[in-house]
Write a protein that binds this ligand. Structure first.
Ligand code: ZN
Length: 178
């Protein structure tokens, strides 16, 4: 099944070039909503207007500028706007699928090992904030946000959802290290 947006990019060593306009959004944006004066009730003096409300919405600090699906060795390579690049074995991505079916509804994030020959059948952008995959096992429920992909990249300090380590290029769950 294809996602709602984007083209079928699998099987071609596909390269996805994201528009530069996305790279302009940095940090977080603050949206200030104007104060709305409430009408005074009959018989009561109009009070001062309520204090202005602020609403803060966070967007990823680092966005991808280039994504390459390397089909020959089942890997996805993301180049970020800070010029760093992250390489994800497809089986590793499958193991970190963030969907509710894979993760359940608890607060504990789990890595679910997948066969090393897991491949991507199809991939697509999800809005401007994520990418979706259909893996070779047919699973396509995960919405991989850029922030999620930043958290699970190999180079990342394992303080986010990634709590285990890479040994000789392969992900090893903590319990297997002891
Ligand atoms: Zn999943």
């Amino acid at each position: 099944m294809r996602g709602p947006e984007g083209a079928n990019l699998a099987g071609l060593g596909a390269k996805v070039v994201l528009p530069r306009s996305r790279a302009r959004s940095r940090g977080h944006a603050r949206v200030r909503r104007p104060a709305i004066a409430r009408p005074a009730r009959a018989g009561t003096p109009a009070g001062p207007p309520p204090p202005p409300r602020t609403q803060t919405c966070y967007i990823p600090r680092v966005l991808p500028v280039d994504i390459v699906h390397r089909t020959q060795d089942h890997a996805l390579v993301i180049t970020w706007e800070d010029s760093s690049a992250s390489e994800y074995p497809v089986a590793y991505l499958r193991g970190w699928c963030p969907c509710a079916e894979c993760q359940g509804h608890s607060n504990i994030i789990k890595y679910r090992p997948a066969p090393r020959d897991t491949s991507i059948i199809e991939l697509w952008e999800v809005g401007a904030y994520a990418i979706g995959f259909r893996f070779s096992d047919g699973h396509d429920k995960g919405i991989f946000r850029w922030t999620w992909l930043r958290d699970i990249r190999h180079e990342a300090v394992p303080t986010g959802p990634k709590t285990s380590r890479f040994v000789a290029g392969h992900y090893v769950a903590d319990e297997d290290l002891h």
